[in-house]
Design a protein around this ligand. Structure first.
Ligand SMILES: Nc1ncnc2c1ncn2[C@@H]1O[C@H](COP(=O)(O)OP(=O)(O)OP(=O)(O)O)[C@@H](O)[C@H]1O
Ligand SMILES: [Mg+2]
Length: 449
């Protein structure tokens, strides 16, 4: 068994690692192949926590607790969690491999808004995925779990070449440890996607995800992030206050009905927002029908291919001939059993860590205007994981915007100074993409938040 992830070929249980997709402060993401009986081979994505975090029992417990919840979800627009295990003391989660790009990649490529129909297609699919999460019930008792994703961001929406968007990362490796990891940029790229109540460490519910979806829709329909670059402190203040920039401030010709939908999702008081994600998909579908926008996976697929050509299926190098046996046993180690048994305790721990994560992340670092550009891993990843993201500070020039109006169609947009031209982001495409350790563990029943 090789566990040196800097090498090209490694194995985790019966998964053969093909290449590393991304590495960050908390986890590595690999493309791998599940090898089964006979010639069975299927690409999967594997997220494995980094060795230093594997030393923290609380973190490991959270990792498995979240994975267990995520594995119980089953929806066409949610990337499935297929398996979880541990090897060489390093826990990992096996997920459905989505052949496509993430939404932040797509938005960087479009350098502007998606066409209305395609933007609405993605938003409707993500809304439906969220509705499934929010309505999810305990498989044994049937009791509603009140789950909240809490990390709905463009990089956690995968857009497949098949034309389907899939929500991913249900708190997987999101459990922010109360240690130095929060201080190394854990919040970069995250604060911009927090709902006001989340930033204020208040009680969360499904409307927190509705807000995040509003921010994702803002980007889909304008091509720009709502909260532009500023210091983390400034950004946190804006987020806590629920400050809002009308989409028309960055895209003056935006359809006013689209703006109205986004505005309602982004209302600072959860009570004023859409009550559930399905209300957003219903509003978008009704608007699409009126406007004649065709919401279709085939169209989204064509659009994606036009933007980022399909690199073709994952190339699976021939494996070393292997012994064919019965279906391989799933790696369920002692740690895994312990983690699952102590799920209740670990979930309680997550809620404690949430507050710590936010506070500890407010260091002197500055938040960039966007996530780092996509840095897909080359076939041979570099020797060492890259240092924390370096992001240029950039003052925002958007004037303080009014609180969004309620759901009714938005009147003439108020005059808002358009943002100043932005400096070009630094790009590097030679290193594996850096993952951003997340802020919050996600799938928490309300009683445990
Ligand atoms: N199941 C998957 N199938 C295919 N690609 C994936 C899958 N999950 C993640 N990826 C790709 O790997 C990238 C890195 O994922 P990862 O979740 O580690 O980081 P991130 O999404 O950028 O940050 P974070 O999840 O902390 O917000 C994703 O942006 C996506 O491009
Ligand atoms: Mg992610």
């Amino acid at each position: 068994m090789q566990l040196d992830t800097t090498l090209g070929v490694t194995r985790l249980g019966h998964y053969r690692l093909i290449r590393r997709l991304a590495v960050g402060g908390m986890a590595e993401l690999f493309v791998a192949v599940a090898e089964g009986a006979g010639a069975f081979e299927k690409p999967v994505a594997i997220k494995r926590i980094l060795p230093r975090l594997a030393q923290e029992p609380e973190f490991v417990k959270m990792f498995f607790a979240e994975a267990e919840l995520a594995a119980s979800l089953d929806h066409p627009h949610i990337a499935k969690v297929l398996d979880f295990g541990e090897e060489g003391d390093l826990p990992y989660i096996v997920m459905e491999f989505v052949h496509g790009v993430d939404l932040s990649d797509l938005l960087r490529s479009t350098k502007g808004p998606l066409p209305y129909a395609e933007a609405a297609t993605v938003a409707v699919q993500v809304a439906e995925a969220l509705q499934h999460v929010h309505d999810h019930r305990d498989l044994h008792t049937g009791a509603p779990l009140g789950l909240v994703h809490r990390d709905v961001t463009p990089s956690n929406v995968l857009v497949g070449y098949s034309g389907g968007a899939k929500l991913t990362d249900f708190g997987i490796v999101k459990a922010t440890s109360a240690t130095q990891y929060t201080a190394t940029g854990a919040l970069k790229g995250k604060l911009s996607y927090l709902a006001p109540e989340q930033a204020r460490c208040e009680r969360l519910d499904r409307r927190t995800d509705v807000y995040a979806l509003g921010l994702v829709m803002f980007e889909l329909f304008t091509g720009r992030r709502m909260h532009r670059a500023m210091s983390e402190v400034e950004l946190l203040a804006r987020v806590c206050d629920g400050e809002y920039t009308p989409p028309s401030a960055v895209r003056p010709d935006i359809d006013p009905r689209v703006e109205s939908i986004i505005a309602r999702a982004l209302l600072p008081d959860p009570q004023d927002r859409y009550a559930c994600a399905r209300d957003i998909s219903a509003a978008l579908e009704a608007l699409a029908a009126e406007r004649g926008w065709v919401l279709s996976m085939a169209k989204l697929s064509d659009y994606l291919e036009g933007q980022i050509p399909n690199p073709g299926p994952v190339t699976i190098e021939p494996s070393v001939p292997r012994k064919i046996s019965a279906a391989p046993a799933v790696a369920r180690t002692a740690t895994l059993r312990r983690a699952v048994q102590s799920r209740g305790r670990s979930i309680a721990a997550i809620s404690v860590l949430l507050g710590v994560g936010i506070g500890a992340g407010l260091g002197p670092t500055l938040l960039g205007s966007d996530d780092p550009p996509p840095q897909r891993a080359p076939a041979q990843p570099p020797e060492a994981p890259p240092a924390p993201a370096e992001i240029a500070a950039e003052p925002t020039s958007v004037s303080p915007a009014p609180t969004p109006a309620a759901a009714t169609p938005v009147a003439e947009p108020e005059a808002v100074k358009p943002p100043a031209p932005r400096r070009k982001r630094r790009k590097s495409r030679t290193k594996p993409r850096k993952t951003k350790p997340g802020l919050n563990s996600s799938l928490l029943p309300p009683s445990q938040r």
